[in-house]
Design a binder for this molecule. Structure first.
Ligand code: FES
Length: 647
């Protein structure tokens, strides 16, 4: 007779085990991550699994609850005291009695925070760098003068396979009292990361300690976003955001670099500002989640290169000029203490690697989240800010570059541009015959030609055009023949349409005749052309490196992508030819990547290896970038056809 077959879901890992094997042990042997703090004593409740019943013909398995041992005394006691949800069992206390399909519940659901589009939920497997390990230490014996720490190590090896751990110095002084306070039971936080396989004890608690948290944080130049996550369940327990207080030193990245160059204590002031903001955010997520900051044992940060350096206390001046030298490009391992973060004293900090001087750890995190390097088809991943970070690749080859798009896409440099806020125009249509516009404003469901719009507009006040509408209005002007392929507003139309206004030698389009009057000027169109030409030329350069004419999919990371309509982006030639169904906004992909690295250290190795292999292209040094840029000034492009659009 053969041993029962056990299949673990969702990983799909399987193996045969003798009857009587604990499900937790089977999981361990197959490398399936099942949490456990108490080490199989049926006291922590972290090892819960569910038996999937049914006939899994294609795996040759008939699985049922009868194939698992009945609840034992320990499990019954746990259920009485703490409760077990329907169908849940403690894998440490249940043994295999027949073929089984075991579901390891994944509470980790990462919610891509797409600003206005439908959110996508994704599930990730866990394997965090920090684990809690409860052990019962032998009492001291005068005949065997082994120290408390050494007896603790014996048990960590016996019960958890933790070999020869190091220990953080600050724990030595409290070790003996902690062990005695727990009546010889102690929970150790064991951190294991990097290529160095030596584990380290980073925290100790008397008795069973059943709480461990981590934070994942994206430090953007405008906003900082933080998640507080249970390392034991994978659940995001609180999320918060704040604006980056460095804004008071300079709106954009380059002005912050200049501030450092001009002011002797500028670097320090900005480092302190961002760390203070992080401490505030930690306080906030802890309060929201009802978590003690002392239970935060691990933290992952992602940021663009300049934010990354300022957070670490590194002068970013070198990043302000060619050759854009990073002080450190690889992943960084530090202690929270080194960065003045007020969390557990032994907590570790991990920063993802930076790809290049202009393409940061945030882009690396977005790549980790979307995974161009994990698939066969060619994916384009773009994060548009004042600098566009562009990654193009598949499992065979990945290239990356950045391109200076400037702030036009965000509504800056546009005469009537404004941030997305109630009253801002967000959608525009122009009738190709009459050239009359219809539009919608944020805060109202109605189009401007619908009944009741005027009252709502009066209440909200029409104030300007937000980023999404700028792309849309220019694209609509192009589609209705108001602007030519060169981007020139056709002045001849002024005689037949009151919407075309003359200002000196150029013309503008009157979008809304109110107060304020909202127009799209020739300069506005130029600003959009320059921004889109920079973005497209960068993308096109990478496509040439890859030797391709079309991409298979496009992912927009960040806020920008979540509010533009891909159709209009393609009408203007902002993005290359691609099936429109394959163009998607993925929200804060950098934040998702940070979460993945927090919850699974194999993802850290994955992105470190990927970043190492990514070919970095410096657009400024590429001889044909200028030509690609000139071609891309035309709408949609002087040479490139956009065949998918007409399909
Ligand atoms: Fe703690 Fe099963 S491992 S209850």
């Amino acid at each position: 007779t053969t041993d029962p077959l056990v299949l673990f879901m969702p990983s799909g890992k399987r193996g045969r085990f003798p009857k009587g094997t604990a499900v937790l042990d089977a999981a361990r042997q197959l490398g399936v991550y099942v949490e456990s703090v108490c080490g199989g004593r049926a006291t922590c409740g972290r090892c819960q699994v569910v038996v999937q019943e049914g006939n899994f013909a294609k795996h040759g398995i008939v699985s049922s609850n009868d194939h698992l041992s009945a609840k034992g005394a320990k499990e019954e006691r746990y259920e009485r005291v703490r409760g077990l949800a329907d169908g849940r069992r403690l894998s440490c206390s249940s043994t295999i009695e027949g073929d089984l399909v075991i579901d390891v519940p994944q509470d980790t659901v990462i919610n891509a925070q797409v600003v206005r589009k439908a959110a996508t939920d994704r599930v990730f497997e866990r394997n965090p760098a920090v684990r809690l390990c409860y052990v019962e230490v032998d009492e001291p014996d005068m005949h065997k003068p082994l120290g408390d720490l050494d007896r603790l190590k014996v048990m960590l090896e016996r019960d958890w396979g933790v070999k020869e751990p190091a220990i953080d110095a600050h724990l030595l002084s409290e070790l003996q009292s902690v062990i005695r306070k727990g009546d010889w039971g102690v929970t150790a936080a064991v951190h294991r990361d990097e290529d160095d396989p030596r584990p380290t004890i980073t925290a100790l608690w008397p008795g069973l300690h059943n709480e461990a948290y981590g934070i994942a944080c994206d430090i953007g130049s405008t906003t900082i976003a933080m998640h507080l996550v249970s390392l034991l369940s994978g659940r995001v327990v609180a999320s918060a955001g704040a604006s980056n207080p460095q804004i008071r030193f300079g709106e954009d990245l380059m002005s912050r670099v200049s501030y450092v160059m001009m002011n002797p204590d500028g670097r320090q002031a900005m480092t302190e500002a961002v760390r203070a903001a992080l401490r505030d955010l930690i306080g906030k997520v802890c309060a929201d989640g009802g978590v003690s900051p002392d239970d935060i044992l691990d933290a992952v940060f992602v940021a663009n290169p300049i934010m990354h350096h300022l957070f670490l206390g590194i002068d970013p001046t070198e990043l302000g000029q060619a050759p854009f030298a990073l002080a450190v490009s690889g992943a960084v391992h530090l202690r929270a203490q080194d960065l003045d973060l007020e969390i557990n004293r032994g907590a570790r900090v991990y920063l993802l690697p930076c790809i290049a001087g202009h393409v940061g750890a945030d882009a690396a995190a977005a790549a980790l989240s979307e995974g161009p390097h994990r698939q066969d088809s060619m994916m384009l991943l773009v994060d548009v800010g004042t600098n566009a970070e562009i990654i193009l690749g598949n499992r065979h080859r990945t290239v990356a570059a950045s391109s200076p798009t400037g702030p036009a896409f965000e509504g800056a440099e546009i005469s009537s541009g404004q941030r997305a806020a109630p009253g801002a125009i967000e959608r525009v249509r122009i009738d190709p015959q009459s050239l009359e516009p219809r539009f919608r404003i944020i805060g109202s469901e109605k189009w401007s030609d619908e009944e009741g719009f005027d009252e709502e507009a009066a209440r909200l006040g029409i104030t300007g055009i937000c980023g999404s509408a700028i792309i849309e209005v220019v694209a609509e002007m192009f589609l209705s023949g108001i602007i030519s392929e060169d981007g020139v507003i056709d002045g001849q139309l002024a005689s037949s349409s009151p919407r075309i206004l003359q200002n000196g030698r150029t013309f503008s389009y009157l979008l809304h005749d109110g107060s304020p009057r909202i127009t799209v000027t020739q300069n506005d169109v130029r600003a959009i052309q320059l921004a889109k030409a920079a973005l497209y030329a960068g993308i096109r350069l990478l496509m040439e490196k890859q030797g391709i004419e079309t991409v298979d999919s496009i992912r927009f990371a960040g806020a920008f992508g979540s509010y533009i309509d891909p159709k209009y982006a393609m009408v203007l030639g902002l993005i290359p030819d691609c099936d429109l169904d394959e163009v998607k906004a993925v929200g804060n992909a950098a934040g998702n990547g940070a979460l993945m690295a927090l919850l699974n250290r194999t993802h850290r190795r994955e992105i470190e290896g990927t970043v190492h292999r990514i070919e970095k292209i410096e657009t400024a040094l590429e001889p044909n970038f200028q030509q690609l840029f000139v071609n891309a000034m035309a709408l949609p492009n002087k040479v490139d056809p956009f065949t998918k659009l007409s399909e």
